[in-house]
Design a protein around this ligand. Structure first.
Ligand SMILES: NC(=O)c1ccc[n+]([C@@H]2O[C@H](COP(=O)([O-])OP(=O)(O)OC[C@H]3O[C@@H](n4cnc5c(N)ncnc54)[C@H](O)[C@@H]3O)[C@@H](O)[C@H]2O)c1
Length: 252
């Protein structure tokens, strides 16, 4: 028994990186997936990959910064599979590589709209459905930048600290409703997002190389495995945690 066999689960940011790895892993474990990404071509490509491997999935093009699109994404999951049991709210963008006073208002707003408000819209509409069917499990993708500062990423660090706070607050709100809400806090994962962050902040890669006691960056699949565990009943007494999956980054 895998723990998510036949469960209806949403994965956002499924077109790349950690979300892609989660889509592959969760499908292998027998979940019925609703994959979502604002990049429709990459989203469709991953959908084909999941289906070719025998997985059950649909793709809904979704910009998580738009509450109406998030509501429609959740509605599509329920329309297709009859209910919603779990969600991995993972979509996000990197920082723009400026010091705090150099950030444009628009840099700040875009980050908050996607990484923080987008996560809120997902939780809100997912919980509405889970309350109707007696429970569920939600995992948000936070970051080590939600637990400590990551130099040169003020707007990203602020948004991810917001995701950490939101995760704890929502977990407490729905503890009695059999809805568990947790987050993973990845260290550096070599994905598109990290490559883009390094393009605007050339010192970032060198900095990140030195701060993981385990001596390497994470594979996306290692993040997906942690999210999977939090979604299963193996984690039935775990709620409100921000779980570092960071090779020891925050232990130093
Ligand atoms: N890569 C790292 O080192 C690292 C570290 C800590 C946390 N994270 C977090 O992990 C999550 C996934 O990042 P990744 O590294 O896999 O990046 P990635 O760029 O490889 O994948 C992110 C995906 O999210 C999608 N996306 C971006 N904005 C969206 C929006 N508004 N609506 C819907 N989809 C959107 C992108 O199209 C992309 O497919 C993010 O929340 C990120 O902040 C990444």
């Amino acid at each position: 028994m895998s723990g998510i066999q036949d469960r209806s689960i949403i994965v956002t940011g499924s077109g790349s990186g950690i979300g892609h790895a989660a889509a592959i892993l969760f499908a292998q474990k027998g979940a019925k997936l609703t994959l979502a990404d604002r990049n429709a071509s990459e989203g469709e490509r991953v959908l084909e990959e999941v289906r070719a491997a025998g997985g059950t999935a649909q793709f809904v093009a979704t910009d998580i910064a738009d509450p109406a699109q998030v509501k429609a994404m959740v509605a599509k999951a329920v329309e297709t599979y009859g209910r919603l049991d779990g969600a991995f709210n993972n979509a996000g963008i990197p920082n723009v590589g400026k010091r705090t006073h150099e950030l444009e208002y628009s840099d700040w707003q875009r980050m908050i709209d996607i990484n923080l408000s987008g996560t809120f819209y997902c939780i809100k509409h997912e919980v509405e459905e889970m309350l109707k069917t007696g429970g569920g499990a939600i995992v948000n993708t936070c970051s080590v930048a939600g637990l400590v500062n990551v130099p040169g990423t003020a707007e990203y660090t602020a948004a991810k600290h917001g995701v950490a706070g939101l995760t704890k607050a929502a977990a407490v709100d729905y503890g009695h409703d059999n809805i568990r809400i947790n987050a993973i806090a990845p260290g550096t994962v070599y994905t598109e997002l990290f490559v883009k962050a390094c393009e605007v902040n050339p010192q970032l890669e060198e900095f990140c190389k030195g701060v993981h006691p385990i001596g390497r960056f994470s594979q996306p699949s290692e993040q997906a495995e942690a999210a999977l565990w939090l979604l299963t009943d193996a984690a039935s007494f775990v709620t409100g945690i921000i779980m570092p999956v960071d090779g020891g980054y925050t232990a130093v």
